[in-house]
Design a protein around this ligand. Structure first.
Ligand SMILES: C[S@@+](CC[C@H](N)C(=O)[O-])C[C@H]1O[C@@H](n2cnc3c(N)ncnc32)[C@H](O)[C@@H]1O
Length: 259
């Protein structure tokens, strides 16, 4: 059933997407963002070694015990399956890397680590990055830790707990948040709850990225609600994820684009 909801939402999105490549985007900041960050495709040295590890994990049939965080999905999965179905695409991870390196972001939070492949992109974007990532499944957190060590990435802390229980404590360690990637619980109630906690740490340049905004009607409802939060100045919604901006100098605008 969910697949039909997704197809319907994505078709509707494609129909509404008129601003891809910056057409009709009048804000100089968002025009620059669209043209030179969102749609840029430069290959950085760091990408090669991370993708080499992803390729290696694609062939691993070791089972990872499941942990349910309220979705009712409790099936053990092989590492190969997790790589295929749960990780952010190269394209999305590379965008996050470009955002961090372009805007010289330091304080980065990821909700939902999984195998740590996307985390590796976040942490490699700059040696100045202080990256915290939260993964409630202890087995995955352990694997992610070994993957980051293998890649020589030392600027990341993995918190292996349920986000519902640890987020407020984790946030106390940040004076401010530059980038947050919401990629854990794909339901509106936790999304809204996590957003409301993280929004207390924004600065003028913060960018929040919410993955899978078209996952289901419920997730789409959550996305539509948080983008109306008074602190949000503008948003860009793509068929994969949504981006939230908080700079009050930007005119309030909500764009639909194809990524
Ligand atoms: C989609 S995967 C994350 C993928 C990763 N960010 C990437 O891009 O490669 C979501 C992860 O969030 C974890 N997760 C879901 N709900 C959680 C919760 N409430 N607390 C902690 N971890 C959670 C799951 O165990 C899963 O590994």
């Amino acid at each position: 059933m969910k697949i039909f909801q997704r197809i319907k939402l994505i078709l509707f999105h494609v129909f509404k997407s008129r601003n891809t490549f910056g057409f009709g985007v009048h804000s100089p900041f968002l025009f620059h963002f669209t043209k030179f960050v969102l749609n840029e495709r430069h290959h950085y040295y760091d990408f090669g070694k991370i993708e080499h590890l992803r390729k290696f994990l694609e062939s691993k049939n070791e089972l990872v015990p499941a942990q349910d965080f309220g979705t009712g999905q409790q099936q053990n999965q092989t590492i190969a399956n997790i790589v295929h179905y749960s990780l952010s695409s190269q394209k999305t991870s590379r965008l996050l890397y470009r955002i961090i390196s372009t805007y010289k972001f330091v304080n980065v939070l990821e909700l939902g680590t999984s195998l740590g492949i996307n985390t590796a992109y976040l942490a490699s974007a700059s040696s100045q990055v202080k990256c915290v990532t939260i993964e409630g499944n202890k087995h995955l957190a352990k694997l992610a830790d070994s993957h980051l060590k293998y890649l020589g990435i030392l600027n990341t802390t993995i918190v292996s707990e349920n986000i519902d229980d640890c987020l407020s404590q984790v946030l106390q360690k940040f004076d401010t948040l530059d980038l947050v990637f919401f990629d854990a619980n794909h339901r509106s109630t936790p999304l809204i709850n996590y957003f409301n906690q993280c929004v207390s740490k924004i600065n003028k340049n913060s960018i929040f990225v919410v993955d899978d905004v078209y996952w289901s009607d419920d997730m789409h409802y959550g996305w539509n609600l948080i983008k109306k939060h008074p602190a949000v100045s503008s948003s860009i919604c793509t068929q994969r994820f949504g981006l939230l901006f908080f700079n009050n100098d930007l005119a309030k605008n909500h764009f639909h684009m194809i990524f």
